[in-house]
Design a protein around this ligand. Structure first.
Ligand SMILES: [Fe+2]
Ligand SMILES: [Fe+2]
Length: 210
């Protein structure tokens, strides 16, 4: 699988989740709809991370019109992230929750269609199979690291549809930071310097503290 095929597979997976969400919404199954939105948010988090940190920087210098598409793509990711953040403060039973999910789905569908119809053909034309294969390896590595940090559920999963919104900061990274702080309070290590460079512990710590 090359880099482009990997990203398109991600797009198709999230399109499948959108279809399942719409079915749950049509059937007024709020619990299922909330679970699917939590999964959509997790998948989008990893996908936008690997694009912004690996794919976009790699292709940005290939051609001028690719650079313009990349800049536009970053802004479209930004819009999706704002909607996701706003969803975090709402319950699935709030009227605006459904409206925001609908706008999120529509904007992501527009974004992935544009990537596939405009950006990706340009990237294929400006690169070669070997280069795209090497890039796939980097995307997969980043995907694994980002997925590993998702083991704590997002607030959407913690919250039942009828509960009140949790007013604190969101995102699993905050939960990981809380675990780190609790660990330090309990064991009072002098430093984290004993962690071997490149070890799982050091990667986790770097992700937690950046
Ligand atoms: Fe994207
Ligand atoms: Fe994408």
């Amino acid at each position: 699988m090359d880099a482009v095929a990997l990203l398109i597979a991600d797009h198709n997976r999230v399109r499948g989740l959108f279809a399942r969400y719409e079915e749950a919404h049509d059937n007024e199954n709020v619990d299922e709809a909330a679970k699917l939105v939590a999964k959509i948010v997790e998948d989008l988090d990893v996908h936008t991370t690997i694009e912004e940190e690996v794919f976009y920087p790699a292709i940005h210098e290939l051609k001028e019109d690719i650079a313009e598409s990349v800049d536009e793509g970053v802004e479209e990711h930004h819009v999706a992230k704002i909607l996701i953040k706003e969803l975090d403060s709402l319950s699935p039973t709030d009227g605006s929750w459904t409206a925001k999910v609908t706008v999120l789905i529509e904007s992501v569908e527009h974004h992935v269609d544009e990537e596939e119809e405009q950006l990706i053909p340009h990237v294929r034309g400006a690169s070669n199979a070997a280069w795209l294969k090497v890039l796939a390896g980097k995307l997969e590595a980043k995907q694994k690291r980002s997925s590993a940090l998702r083991f704590l559920p997002t607030r959407s999963i913690w919250r039942s549809p009828n509960s009140r919104p949790w007013p604190g900061p969101s995102r699993s990274r905050v939960g990981l930071q809380w675990i780190k702080n609790s660990w330090q309070r309990r064991f009072r290590p002098r430093s984290w310097g004993h962690l071997r460079s490149g070890s799982v512990g050091s990667v986790l710590l770097r992700e937690l503290t950046r």
